[in-house]
Design a protein around this ligand. Structure first.
Ligand code: GAR
Length: 194
């Protein structure tokens, strides 16, 4: 049984999709913990209701990124993770933190990388006039939103789309993409070409 630790900052709908898939598909893995940097993250209640240990490491109470990351790392490692999954975890991570989880930390980003790293990806896709948009799962490396891509899901950008309508359609695809990629990663590891 592999241990997966999921980090969230907000609603946690991707986390919930992963938890549901792990249960219904009987993955050879358990969600060992859900950890948030915000005490009011909506996803914590879902995790608790599903019997998953939760923890909060409140980023706003730390004086520096380094101190926060060091504490977060010690909390994560209590759960002996084989895989750390960033699911709407809205933090820039320090290089030592990323290095510690090298090759075993995944992120989902709401754009078709390499397009639109960073924030406001749906707005950026609309402003750029792209007719395809989507989400990317990648291995986390030191450069933000730039690690090796493990999978992508695409949606059409429709006439009349707003940031909200586009975000909602991408999020639906994220809920299919992320569990699929994680399951494959657990069962087969990273693809050979990565
Ligand atoms: C998702 O769209 C995810 O791709 C995005 O935040 C949302 C979280 O939703 N992540 C990032 O922007 C990371 N830079 P959720 O909390 O409902 O899973």
């Amino acid at each position: 049984m592999k241990n997966i630790v999921i980090l969230i900052s907000g609603g946690g709908s991707n986390m919930a999709a992963i938890v549901r898939a792990a249960q219904s598909e009987q993955w050879p893995a358990r969600i060992a913990a859900v950890i948030s940097n915000k005490a009011d993250a909506g996803g914590l209640a879902f995790a608790e209701a599903n019997g998953i240990p939760t923890a909060v490491v409140p980023s706003k109470e730390f004086a520096s990124r380094e101190e926060f990351d060091a504490t977060l790392r010690s909390v994560i490692d209590m759960y002996e993770p084989d895989l750390v999954v960033l699911a709407g975890f809205m933090r820039i991570l320090t290089a030592p933190f990323v290095e510690h989880y090298a090759g075993r930390m995944l992120n989902i980003h709401p754009s078709l990388l390499p397009h639109f790293p960073g924030l406001h990806t749906h707005r950026q896709a609309l402003e750029a006039g792209h007719d395809r948009h989507g989400a990317t799962v990648h291995i986390v490396t030191a450069e933000l939103d730039h690690g090796p891509v493990l999978g992508q899901a695409e949606v059409d950008v429709l006439p009349g789309d707003t940031e909200d309508t586009l975000a909602a359609r991408v999020l639906q695809q994220e809920h299919i993409l992320y569990p699929r990629v994680i399951r494959s990663f657990i069962e087969h590891g990273a693809p050979a070409q990565q």
